[in-house]
Structure formats: C-alpha cells, structure tokens
Write a protein that binds this ligand. Structure first.
Ligand code: BG6
Length: 457
C-alpha cells in the first residue's frame, strides 16, 4: 500500500515545453543553438506552454494531480548568465506558482534542466569556475524570489546524463578530462544550492535529480561483475556519493586514476562539500543498462552516445550489451519495471533518504483519432508496471514519497523531437507543422486520474 500522503504528480522541463524562446527578455541557451537534425522539431515553440500554462495546470488539476515538476530557465531570469535580473520573468513565474496553488498543485522546481545560457557556454561553460559563481547568483535570486511559493527544489537535472551523453544533450562534446572537471564544478554548484536553499528558505526542501538505474553484469563472469561495478560508479554512485555523503566514490576515483584523469579538487571546497546535504532524492528512471568487460583488441571508440541504452563503451572498463531478458520500446530503450524496484532498494540501502520519482515514462508514437482521442494502452501498461514496482519497494521499506511521471503534456524529446511522445495530454503539432497546439487528454490521463483517486490501489 502506498502511504495516504503519497504525492501524485507529473513532470516537464522548460525548454522542452515552453517555446517563446526569444520573448520577454529571454536570451539563448545551449538548447536553442544546439544543432538539430533537419526533420526534428527545435525548441522555438515547443508545446507553447509559456503562453498556455494556465490551461495545462487546470487540466492537470482536473486529473487530480497534486504536484507538478517544472524547470525555470536561467536565460529568462538572468539573460546574460550573470548580472541584471529580468523582472518580467520573475513576474511570470510568480503567476505560474499562483496558478498552481490556486489549483492545489505543489510546484517541484528544477533550477536548471540542460539549458545553460549560451553566453556562459561561450566562456567555457561548466569547465569555467565562473559558471559556478554565476549559478550561485542565479539560485540566490530563485530562493529569494520564490522561497515562499516553492517548498520542493531540485538542483541540476541529470548531470550524469548531461556529461555522459554530452553531444546529444548539449550539442558539444567534452574531452574525457574536461568531462570530469565539469563534473566537479557541477557538483560544487549543487552543494552551493543546498547551502543557499537552507539559509534562504529554511522551510523549503532540496534534492539532487540524477538519472539513476542499476547497471547489470552481462554474466556471472567475475570480469563482467567488475564491469558493472565500474559503470555503476561512473553512471550512478559518483554523483549521489558526492551529493549525499560528500565523498568521491572510491571505484570512480580508481577509474579516474586508471584513465589518467587528475580532477582538480580544491581543498577550500572541503567544508562546503562535507557540510551541505540534500533533504530528499529526486530520481529519474527509464531503463537499466547491462554491461560486460571489454575484450582486448576490440575495434571501438570510447564513448556513450546515449546513456540510456546499450551503446556504452570504455576500453578496459565496460561495454554495453543487449539484455536478452528484456523487451525494448519503439525507440529502442529497454523496458525494465523490476529494475526500478531493484534500483530503489539499492538507493535506499546506500543513502537512507526519502525518494521522489521525478521522471519515468514511455516515449512512443501516438495517434490522435478523428474524435481527438489517444488510445495509449502501451503507456498505461508501462506506468502501471512501474507503479507496481514502486509499491513493492515501499512495502519492503523504501521511503518513496511521490511519483511525477514524464511527462505531463507532450513535449519535444531531447533525442527524437516531437514524434516521440511522453505526455498524459496530447499536444496537437508535428515536427514541422504547429497546427493549433490544442490539448487532448489521452487514455493514460483518465487512467492516471483513477489511480490518483484510489491512491494507487
Ligand atoms: C531525461 C531528461 O533524461 O530523459 C528529459 O531529463 C528527457 O529531459 C527524457 O526528455 C527522455 O529522453 P528523450 O531523449 O526521449 O526526450
């Protein structure tokens, strides 16, 4: 049984939904300038949520949704990355939060979801410590302005995915060494957010929001177990160990050492790192990864072209495999509901913090019928199976406090544009035809409404 105060929500991010990419003083982010394949939608209009948030929030409220995860774009609040604050944007989000509260919806706010101001990227992005200082200024503004309206803050969306699949997510590639210097700066930025949130809004709670999923060994061969240990450390535990325990994960440290990376750790950061911690964990989960140890002489380039799939490889450490026991979705992502239960139990064993599932969902080709329905029984069964796993984990003592699936409304997928839909609510547009952007609740919306009404029973 799920607890009575379990939070039923839904999630989106700003750049994938808002559009209005150059309105009201917003500057360009790395997402706005990211090269996209020609036939894939860009983020200029997206789902037009910036102009239609009222309608979207009201539809979610009608489904009984109690929490909505959004992100705020840095490029709206401080268009130059640092310096002057854009009051029009501040006023916009006051209105958004007011609308949510009027609809009894609790905001869960991500401070930054892949959309670094381009001006900061031009100066080195997360490789430059100035970006950390700029982030400090930015989140200080958020906590001061919205601290009375927001109780749940999420720091930086999926720094692990951002760094591991950098070209696909950010549009540029860090070298191996740069990637781990960016790791350090991102994690320091997160620690600053924990500290400032607790100082400025003591009634607020804050947590990290990585993409966490158990890495399986491809066989019982001891080398494959080592491979899974390495990729678990590189993909998952290095991030959460830093956030929650204030340490560099030892296997990750050994991996850095073996690959010749000297991550510059500043001794003067020690106090910040070891005395500021999250109140809860936000966790995004889609799929699991299975790996084996690489073999000598394999003709592969190191790299991770899509961290959520099997296409991962690092010479001497791990190689992604197809897991013959799992099915894949239409976009080739492995579907593994039991993996969520396993992952939740592992995360609970390691960190003992309340957990909110801040993303989980199925990207699929949906069809809108002539009478404006979407019969997405495949999405219902994905969500149902994952919720069952959450309930099982709760029954075995894991403190999961909320479920905010991806996504509330259809949005522009990071990798595959508009054709890959995640929403409970259909948004009527295609990759290149904006149509009228009308909203139509899908079958999964009505199913979720019923789930919420019965608290998951
Ligand atoms: C998560 C991101 O990694 O995966 C989301 O936080 C993203 O922004 C989601 O949309 C699904 O990925 P994709 O590529 O299918 O959009």
């Amino acid at each position: 049984m799920l607890p009575n105060n379990f939070i039923w929500g839904a999630s989106i991010s700003a750049h994938q939904t808002e559009g209005a990419f150059d309105e009201d003083g917003k500057s360009l982010s790395v997402q706005d300038v990211r090269p996209r394949e020609l036939d894939i939608a860009d983020f200029k209009v997206a789902a037009d949520h910036y102009h239609r948030y009222d309608e979207d929030i009201s539809l979610l409220a009608q489904a009984g949704i109690k929490a909505m995860r959004i992100s705020i774009p840095w490029t709206r609040i401080i268009p130059n990355g640092t310096g002057s604050v854009n009051q029009t944007a501040i006023e916009h989000y006051h209105q958004v939060f007011k609308t949510m509260h009027e609809n009894q919806i609790e905001p869960f706010v991500t401070t930054y979801h892949f959309d670094l101001p381009e001006s900061l990227q031009k100066q080195g992005g997360w490789l430059n410590e100035k970006t950390v200082q700029a982030y400090e200024q930015y989140v200080r503004v958020l906590f001061n302005e919205f601290g009375n309206e927001v109780s749940y803050w999420l720091t930086i969306n999926e720094p692990n995915v951002m760094l591991l699949a950098d070209r696909k997510i950010l549009g540029f590639t860090y070298s191996h060494t740069e990637r781990y210097q960016a790791f350090y700066n991102l994690m320091i930025a997160e620690k600053i957010a924990f500290k400032l949130c607790h100082e400025i809004c003591p009634q607020g709670k804050i947590g990290p929001v990585p993409n966490i999923s158990e890495v399986y060994p491809g066989s019982a061969r001891p080398k494959d177990i080592r491979a899974a240990g390495y990729f678990n450390a590189v993909r998952n535990w290095s991030y959460l160990d830093f956030s929650v325990r204030g340490i560099i994960n030892p296997i990750f440290q050994s991996y850095l050492h073996q690959t010749g990376i000297e991550m510059l750790i500043k001794p003067e950061d020690t106090e910040l790192v070891t005395s500021n911690f999250p109140d809860f964990l936000g966790m995004n989960y889609y799929t699991t990864v299975t790996v084996e140890m690489t073999k000598k002489g394999q003709d592969r380039t190191n790299g991770i072209s899509d961290q959520q799939s099997e296409d991962v490889y690092e010479d001497g450490f791990y190689k992604g495999l197809t897991n013959p026991f799992l099915q894949k979705n239409e976009f080739n992502w492995t579907v593994d509901p039991l993996g969520l239960e396993t992952t939740l139990e592992t995360v609970n064993d390691r960190y003992h913090l309340p957990i909110y599932i801040t993303e989980n969902g199925l990207g699929a080709y949906d069809e809108l019928t002539s009478d404006h329905q979407v019969h997405d029984d495949y999405r219902i069964s994905y969500l149902k199976d994952h919720l069952t796993s959450i309930e099982n984990a709760v029954n075995s003592g894991v403190d999961v406090r909320g479920y905010l699936p991806w996504s509330a409304i259809d949005l522009v997928s990071v990798h595959e544009g508009m054709k890959k839909r995640y929403g409970l609510i259909y948004v009527d547009r295609t990759e290149d035809d904006l149509k009228n952007l009308a909203r139509y609740p899908k079958d999964s919306y009505f199913w979720y409404q019923n789930v919420i009404k019965n608290n998951g029973v």
